[in-house]
Design a protein around this ligand. Structure first.
Ligand code: DOR
Ligand code: ZN
Length: 397
């Protein structure tokens, strides 16, 4: 069946921009043409609609398994759709960790049952011999390296990094940064400082990787610069762009790596506008409400972002360069890193995010199990109107 969505098309150059309709085949899940007038069934249209290539979050924690009380694949998927996302890549720090073929297979089974596209990074396995087996499992996007893997599993890390073309996502800190003496909220940004990120990037580079190294949630502008110098790709998280450490600390704003003092957020934003940052990725890290009300010294780090972040960033990027900036940093570029396509041209997958421009406030988390978030009451400039994945209409608001 032919269908159309019409509005302001916003894809990065050379894709279509300006008023128009994307016409697609719902059965084949492919864009057929971009026209001035709708063809076939008109699914959504309006002056106030923004049609983006389907948004992507390449760093999320959907949890599940024994951590399902914090979030599970289904609640995370619903939150992602409400946020306008069409593809997420899930992290392996589950319980048990997704670093053996058995747990990876179980996680993949759950992710495959979701309505949006969900990939998995595997954790560093306990032995070198498992690397190839796990890397070849369909749905595995690559591996995730955590600070402690650099010490506890360094031989396996070396094996992973020796694989040409394999996507390897690195949390850029050394295990020493996780010492409890740096946990005091008033001094976390200094104790757990930018030097740990630089040291981790230097260490990875010293292993002469053949893999495609991607540095995730860089919180310091110096980390972005260093990562690019070594030819790595890099993403930044919304919280490192939007927030500085609040006075008095508290658990709501506790994240790893920590929030940074000015001018770091401004410098990261400048690098993002200059094209040095490859993607925005949220590090959606849900925890149970009670956990986020605990003692800041010991409570778990992380902000649950999926329902809100693309629209919060849209408001910011709109003013700085237009919606195609969001399309680039939250769709086409991260999709390419995950070997996926997001675009609005004929032949592209019929996978879009359609927002309706309207000033609202984020009043409550509705889908994620993590209800305690720092952005309650924040102004949003759009509502999610429609999410289309491979021609299927997943959310019609
Ligand atoms: O803030 C964070 N939360 N940073 C991480 O690296 C892990 C994550 C989580 O899993 O909760
Ligand atoms: Zn994470």
């Amino acid at each position: 069946m032919r269908a159309s969505v019409c509005g302001l098309l916003a894809s990065p150059p050379p894709g279509p921009r300006g008023r128009g309709c994307v016409v697609y085949d719902t059965a084949r899940g492919v864009v057929e043409e971009v026209t001035e007038e709708p063809r076939g069934e008109l699914v959504a249209a309006g002056e106030d609609l923004l049609v983006l290539p389907g948004l992507v979050d390449m760093h999320v924690h959907l949890r599940g398994l024994q951590l399902s009380y914090k979030e599970d694949e289904r609640s995370g998927c619903r939150a992602a759709l409400r946020g306008g996302l069409t593809l997420v890549a899930d992290m392996p720090n589950t319980s048990p960790p997704a670093s053996t073929p058995e747990v990876v297979a179980e996680k993949l089974r759950r992710l495959r049952s979701l309505r949006l596209e969900a990939l998995l990074y595997a954790g560093v396995p306990p032995s070198e011999g498992l690397v190839d087996d796990i890397a070849s499992m369909p749905g595995v996007a690559g591996f995730k390296i955590y600070p402690r893997d650099l010490v506890e599993r360094h031989r396996v890390v070396e094996r992973i990094l020796s694989k040409p073309g394999l996507l390897v996502v690195v949390h850029p800190e050394l295990p020493e940064a996780e010492k409890s003496e740096y946990e005091d909220p008033s001094s976390r940004a200094a104790g757990r400082g930018c030097h740990w990120e630089a040291a981790a990037v230097e260490y990875i580079a010293s292993l002469s990787p053949e893999a495609r190294v991607h540095i995730t949630h860089a919180s310091c502008s110096s980390t972005v610069t260093l990562a690019k110098r070594y030819g790595f790709t890099v993403d930044v998280a919304p919280h490192h762009l939007l927030y500085t450490p609040p006075r008095g600390g508290g658990c709501l704003y506790k994240v790893n790596p920590p929030l940074r003092l000015p001018p770091e957020p401004q410098l990261l934003l400048k690098q993002l506008l200059d094209g040095q940052v490859d993607a925005i990725a949220s590090d959606h890290a849900p925890h149970a409400p009670g956990e986020k009300e605990g003692d800041p010294l010991t409570c778990p780090p992380g902000i649950a972002w999926l329902e809100a972040w693309p629209r919060l960033l849209l408001c910011l990027l709109d003013r700085l360069g237009g919606p195609q900036l969001l399309a680039s940093l939250a769709s086409t570029r991260p999709a390419a890193l995950l070997s996926r396509r997001r675009c609005l041209d004929p032949g592209c997958p019929a996978t879009f995010t359609v927002y309706q421009r309207a000033w609202t406030r984020f009043d409550a988390v509705r889908e994620s199990k993590a209800r305690r978030v720092p952005y309650l009451g924040a102004r949003l400039c759009a509502e999610t109107r429609l999410v289309v994945v491979d021609g299927k209409h997943l959310m019609l608001g």
